[in-house]
Design a protein around this ligand. Structure first.
Ligand code: Q9C
Ligand code: ZN
Length: 342
């Protein structure tokens, strides 16, 4: 399987993540990609190529222009305010105070455009987000041109990013941008199946009122897990999009037997939809030793996931999302591709 990858993803390393009341070394770190690409090489998964630049047009087909402008200038404005640490929001327009104008000060704008506070911004964040979407777009173009599957080794991830909000380590929604690209290049319907441990809130929100993109997500029950405020089973779409969003919230401790039942149900829904293309938001933070998650999938299970996805029989794009058991992330992510290729 073709892999789209860039060594330049290493160039963004934030120093801080607000976690458990402390600033810790971020779980979403450059080494994640190192382990995956090393494993891809030792397992001879296929050609590894770099991304092509795709510009901002496909991004602006999904994200609001003012949000992208914010990402472009956020670090500059944070520094201009005299702040010395990485940029972290600390105030939000919550239930009792929505509706005002977008603030002028960077502290207010951070809260306006952030949906969570764990994701620090630094000097390299915007470039990293652009590189990540170029990796996804290069891979989706390959699938569109060839019909063969491809893996976009994106970093930072994307599925928590909404039309106008970042968070959960995500800035540009790579799977959403890729799906829109496929539609803009002539596809009628695209399915996005999100198997990251966390609910794909950004992707759900972006396509919630549309029937041309079916969104499905298997994830830790938001009663107990990030992102807490979206991802419940009764969220099925709105208006035109009614019936085109499917959530599978699963309890803490979910093992592969139970998880695979949800996967099979999701696969049946994908088949019924009969899309032209399938996009997998591929997180491997469902792994038993993931440091921030609570499912118990084992490394061999990822081979079986790949095999089940293959049997759907659709042109398929894999896009990397989460997975924080860094030393095992290569084996786990590549096992999905191996299971698919066999
Ligand atoms: N108590 C992705 O996997 N914080 N993002 C979790 C756990 C945020 C994960 C805190 C996790 C974001 C792409
Ligand atoms: Zn995740």
């Amino acid at each position: 399987m073709l892999i789209v990858h860039s060594d330049a993803t290493r160039d963004r390393r934030t120093l801080t993540e607000l976690f458990a009341g402390q600033l810790v070394a971020p779980f979403e770190c450059p080494e994640r990609v190192d382990y995956i690409i090393e494993r891809a090489r030792t397992e001879s998964i296929g050609e590894i190529r770099g991304p092509d630049e795709h510009g901002l047009e496909p991004v602006l087909a999904i994200h609001d222009a003012d949000y992208i402008d914010f990402l472009r200038v956020a670090w500059r404005d944070w520094q201009a305010a005299g702040y010395e640490g990485e940029a972290i929001p600390n105030i939000w327009p919550t239930r009792r105070m929505p509706g005002g104008p977008i603030p002028r000060h960077i502290e207010g704008r951070l809260g306006y455009y952030a949906l969570a506070g764990e994701t620090s911004l630094n000097a390299d964040t915007f470039e990293a987000a652009l590189l990540s979407k170029d990796i996804a777009l290069t891979a989706v173009d390959q699938v569109l041109d060839s019909g063969a599957p491809a893996f976009a080794l994106c970093r930072p991830p994307g599925h928590h990013a909404a039309r106008d909000q970042y968070g959960g380590y995500c800035f540009i929604n790579n799977v959403a941008v890729s799906a829109q690209r496929a539609l803009d290049r002539g596809h009628q319907r695209v399915a996005i199946l999100d198997i990251d441990f966390h609910h794909g809130n950004g992707t759900q929100d972006i396509f919630y009122e549309r029937s041309d993109v079916l969104t499905l997500s298997l994830h830790g029950d938001p009663m107990d897990e990030f992102p807490y405020f979206l991802g419940f089973a009764n969220e099925t779409g709105r208006g035109e999009g009614e019936g085109y969003n499917v959530n599978y919230p699963l309890p803490s401790g979910t093992d592969y037997a139970r998880w695979a039942q949800a996967l099979d149900d999701a696969i049946a829904r994908v088949r019924d939809f009969a899309p032209d293309m399938l996009i997998i938001a591929l997180g491997v933070d469902t792994f038993e030793n993931d440091p921030i998650s609570s499912f118990t999938l084992q490394s061999d299970d990822y081979l079986d996931i790949g095999a089940r996805l293959k049997r759907i029989g659709l042109p398929t794009l894999f896009v990397m999302e989460g997975g924080y058991a860094v030393e095992e992330i290569g084996v786990n992510a590549i096992n999905v591709l191996k299971g698919f290729d066999n």
